[in-house]
Design a binder for this molecule. Structure first.
Ligand code: ADP
Ligand code: MG
Length: 234
């Protein structure tokens, strides 16, 4: 199989200035994720999970290193190129849903598709299909405030994959949900990844969900390491 990784990060460095000092968060981080894989990122707060996801999602530039999306390097792209690649290839889900409160579930999933250039009718068709697939067929006209936390996160998931990205990045997507709802949302996510061949990287503190993903990664001194191997060494 000669398929390139959906996402490949290498030599990633990222520091933040803190007063006089520099906080070196990522120190040569490397990571590859293949299509159809669901990978957990489990590490204590403050170790750089969100930073890594933002860098991987082309939302934040690393100080050094390269990010390959679908085998293509991204460091030489200008802002427009990065934005366009992000829009078509990468979906993001956050801990809180960030849905637009004035818009219905359907409209929230339609909007990113219009931004990407799809026609209204086609975008609505796809949004309806996606929301139906995620078990929200009866909630299309509901606004975020009229839905439960789990439903809101499933709409956020539908929005993240509305433009059929190759990579899904999720930053503690079930962190605000009770265990049963978290379970349901995660189950939906797995079904979606298996059905589409997406590559998913999911930061989570939920060890029972992490245990059910294909691989578990953690951050150690600014590098990405296999969590099961790291545990075995200790
Ligand atoms: P995690 O998601 O694992 O909790 P983060 O990636 O959010 O960790 O943050 C890692 C470290 O970097 C933290 O100590 C945080 O305070 C710091 N940090 C994150 N973003 C910034 C920023 N924009 N400016 C300064 N420090 C930051
Ligand atoms: Mg974080």
């Amino acid at each position: 199989m000669n398929e390139p990784p959906a996402l490949y990060l290498t030599g990633i460095m990222r520091s933040y200035a803190q007063g006089e000092r520099s906080l070196d968060i990522l120190r040569g981080a490397e990571l590859a994720i293949w299509p159809g894989e669901i990978v957990a990122l489990v590490a204590p707060s403050g170790t750089g999970k969100s930073t890594l996801l933002h860098v991987a999602g082309l939302l934040e530039k690393p100080d050094a290193g390269e990010i390959y999306v679908g085998g293509e390097p991204t460091s030489l792209l200008d802002d427009r190129g990065r934005t366009s690649l992000r829009r078509t290839h990468i979906g993001f889900v956050y801990q809180s849903h960030h849905l637009l409160p004035e818009f219905s579930a359907l409209e929230n999933v339609v909007l990113p598709q219009l931004v990407a250039g799809l026609k209204q009718r086609e975008a609505e068709r796809r949004a309806g299909e996606l929301l139906g697939f995620l078990g929200l067929g009866e909630r299309l006209k509901h606004r975020p405030a009229e839905m439960s936390g789990g439903e809101q996160q499933r709409v956020a998931l539908a929005r993240a994959v509305a433009n059929a990205p190759h990579v899904l990045l999720a930053d503690e997507p079930t962190g605000n949900l009770d265990p049963e709802t978290a379970e349901h949302v995660f189950g939906t996510l797995v079904t979606l990844v298996r059905a589409t061949g997406l590559a998913a990287l999911i930061a989570t503190h939920n060890l029972s969900l992490a245990a059910r993903m294909d691989r578990r990664l953690t951050l150690l001194d600014g590098r990405v390491v296999d969590m099961d191997e790291a545990a075995a060494r200790q």
